[in-house]
Design a protein around this ligand. Structure first.
Ligand code: ATP
Ligand code: IP8
Length: 276
């Protein structure tokens, strides 16, 4: 019986889709603790319409996690007592944002379960060292969509740090050999410059790993660089997964139907990044 279950799990892992919904999509980055509940609801509708269960969802921190992590300088680890309440506050506001996201999924009838990274991940110098993935695997096995998020986590060298949703995406996709990664942001994909700063920035429709490595240094950071580094570090995090042959598509999740189409594998505007 268990063997049969494991086989199903193996099969489903092959077709697994890892979806990141960025903080730039579900929050208003110019307004601390400003949630875009209309966008969250629409994205939940689109996920529901796909009917896909073989999905791991990770969302970002946006104007919930980032301002708090920044205020208490949490990324570089424990330095003073005053940061301790900052760790608690940052995790708490992330659970609030996650609650809004979970509300939208669950009350539409999407079986989803929240898996807080602070409770299952320990990092070492900011990199995932230990990930208790049994709950994640069991939930996928029985058809419940695991939802994780960028979070503050304990770190074996630094005491604590900030773990980006992008590092989680790349880690899970590689570990579970996902078939695709979808990255939802608030712009149409990856450009040769920040499109919010440079209106002449050119969108890349398709990039190979080699092409990406060449342009990596020039794509710049987010116009409002956040504690986890914006677009440039997002790309760096995704590189090992792309190297492993997992294609990534970066799309504008603010635009209606985009997430639906990306999950369904339909043609959608965005940037596809593949190994070759
Ligand atoms: P969060 O970290 O809160 O989850 P996110 O993952 O949605 O946020 P950001 O880190 O804000 O995304 O990165 C997206 C932003 O990156 C866009 O709003 C855009 O202005 C900026 N950006 C900077 N350089 C580029 C580039 N070369 N191509 C596309 N967007 C870029
Ligand atoms: O928004 C960072 O995750 P990200 C989360 O995916 C926090 O970079 C707590 C700032």
């Amino acid at each position: 019986m268990l063997k049969k279950q494991m086989k199903v799990l193996e099969l489903s892992r092959n077709e697994l889709v890892v979806l990141k919904i960025g903080g730039s999509v579900i929050t208003d980055k110019d307004r601390e603790l400003g949630a875009r509940t209309d966008v969250i609801s629409r994205i939940a509708d689109e996920i529901y319409e796909t009917g896909l269960r073989n999905l791991v969802i990770i969302h970002g921190g946006g104007s919930f996690g980032h301002p708090f992590a920044q205020k208490y300088l949490l990324k570089d680890g424990f330095r003073s007592e005053e940061q301790v309440i900052g760790f608690a506050e940052t995790h708490h506001v992330m659970t609030v944002l996650n609650g809004l996201f979970m509300d939208a999924l669950i009350w539409r009838g999407i079986p989803a379960v929240s898996i807080p990274p602070s409770s299952c991940v320990v990092t070492r110098n900011g990199r995932i060292q230990y990930f208790e993935d049994a709950p994640l695997l069991r939930s996928l096995e029985i058809g419940i969509i695991p939802v994780l998020y960028g979070d503050v986590v304990f770190d074996s060298k630094l005491g604590f740090t900030v773990l980006s949703g992008d590092q989680i995406v790349s880690y899970i996709a590689q570990k579970l050999k996902a078939s695709r990664i979808i990255i939802g942001v608030d712009v149409d994909g990856l450009y040769d410059d920040d499109p919010k700063v440079n209106p002449k920035a050119k969108l890349f429709n398709h990039l190979t790993l080699q092409e990406l490595t060449k342009i990596k240094c020039s794509i710049g950071c987010s116009s409002t660089p956040d504690v986890t580094g914006g677009m440039a570090s997002k790309i760096s995090e995704l590189l090992p997964a792309i190297e492993q042959g997992i294609p990534v598509i970066i799309v504008n999740a603010v635009k209606p139907k985009t997430i639906y189409k990306a999950i369904k594998g339909e043609r959608v505007e965005g940037t596809i990044i593949e190994k070759e």
